[in-house]
Design a protein around this ligand. Structure first.
Ligand SMILES: Nc1nc2c(ncn2[C@@H]2O[C@H](COP(=O)(O)OP(=O)(O)OP(=O)(O)O)[C@@H](O)[C@H]2O)c(=O)[nH]1
Ligand SMILES: [Mg+2]
Length: 347
């Protein structure tokens, strides 16, 4: 499904800033251990297979543990059962509140009776669906001029890879996308994004290693305006939510953007590593307060048995999960669909 209905053509703009802009004549990309092929076949598959894959680790845990609860047909809903079920649910990181809600719901409806596994699954999915249904929110966009997406998060959470996937997706949908390599701190960060930009076929503004990220962001926005790009996605260096100087740097970056493009950034996406479990929740808290995040990209869901973490994040911070990352390839990003997500639980 397309995020936007832009009809712009995906033709590269004239190269106005050759020293900052990559072109096809540049050296072939070194091997960064990324794959592009995985996505090809996935696109052809049903949506549900995406989500089954995304939750495969979570379901591994659920399927072994939860199915053990039903060794014999039907299972009496007594204190032992409710306690065991609760413990399993909590292990998916869906949070005590949600696990309690599910336990209470099963208690109320089935107390002293036998419950079939499918009945329990149905009820769990229903509760998860109720919690997540209202949390879906598409990517915001500008009404005029380029849409600016600032991407933030802790070190290694998956920011740069998620930017590449998002840029790829938006480019395929016909948008002209400009990347801004605002991580001037980590030595190989600019090169990493440059390589992705070549693979995607989109342009990039780069700065010198160690230079002021605000300057790169400024130049990126200028180019985006001057050459009428549809979308501009800005990478930033990883930082901890507790590093107040670095959080202030994000504020400064936002001011630089806002001075050039009113209402921008239109999105401040926080990239969380799904394998971080409860840490992801404290990151969501810190970043949403300090950086004014507007949405979450939950990366590495494919490698996490804690897929339930989507629930407390969406519930506690009024921060919609906009995308989830399902792998390292360019096509491994899916828009978050609560219904699909919930359906994929226990599959
Ligand atoms: N399995 C899996 N791996 C991912 C996903 N997203 C990112 N990665 C991997 O996670 C590692 C870190 O990703 P980056 O995109 O470099 O993370 P980053 O947040 O930009 O890191 P810094 O710039 O160092 O802060 C890389 O090896 C990526 O390939 C995902 O959705 N699934
Ligand atoms: Mg990065």
């Amino acid at each position: 499904m397309a995020f936007w209905n832009r009809k712009t053509k995906n033709t590269p703009p004239p190269d106005l800033a050759p020293e900052n802009t990559t072109g096809s004549e540049q050296a072939a990309a070194p091997n960064l251990n990324v794959s592009e092929s995985a996505g090809e076949s996935k696109e052809k598959g049903a949506k549900s297979s995406w989500w089954r894959r995304a939750l495969s680790k979570t379901n591994e845990l659920l399927n072994t543990d939860i199915r053990d609860l039903w060794k014999s047909e039907g299972r009496l809903v007594d204190d032992d059962f409710l306690k065991e079920l609760f413990a399993i649910l909590v292990r998916t990181d869906m949070g005590n509140a949600m696990a309690t809600k599910i336990r209470e719901s099963i208690h109320t409806q089935f107390r002293g009776r036998r419950i079939e596994m499918d009945e329990a699954f149905h009820l769990i999915r229903e509760e998860l669906g109720n919690a997540l249904r209202s949390k879906q929110s598409p990517l915001a966009r500008s009404t005029s001029g380029p849409t600016v997406i600032l991407v933030v998060g802790v070190n290694g959470s998956g920011k740069t890879t998620s930017i590449a996937k998002l840029a790829h997706r938006l480019t395929k949908e016909g948008n002209r996308v400009l990347l801004g390599a605002g991580d001037t701190f980590r030595a190989a960060a600019v090169e990493q994004l440059r390589i992705w930009s070549e693979r995607i076929g989109c342009d990039i503004v780069q700065g010198e290693h160690g230079s002021d990220p605000g300057t790169v962001v400024f130049r990126t926005c200028q180019k985006a305006i001057a050459e009428s790009y549809d979308v501009c996605i800005l990478d930033t260096a990883g930082r901890l939510q507790t590093q107040s100087n670095l959080m202030q740097e994000l504020e400064k970056i936002k001011r630089v953007i806002g001075k050039q493009i009113p209402d921008a950034p239109h999105e401040v996406l926080l990239v969380l590593d799904a394998t971080a479990g409860q840490n992801a929740i404290s990151q969501a808290k810190g970043f949403s307060q300090a950086a004014g995040c507007t949405g979450i990209v939950l990366a590495k869901l494919d490698g996490s048995a804690k897929g339930g973490v989507v629930v407390p994040i969406a519930e506690q911070f009024a921060l919609p999960v906009k995308f989830v990352g399902l792998g390292e390839g360019l096509d491994d990003l899916a828009e978050f669909h609560p219904e699909e997500f919930v359906k994929a639980f226990f599959q």
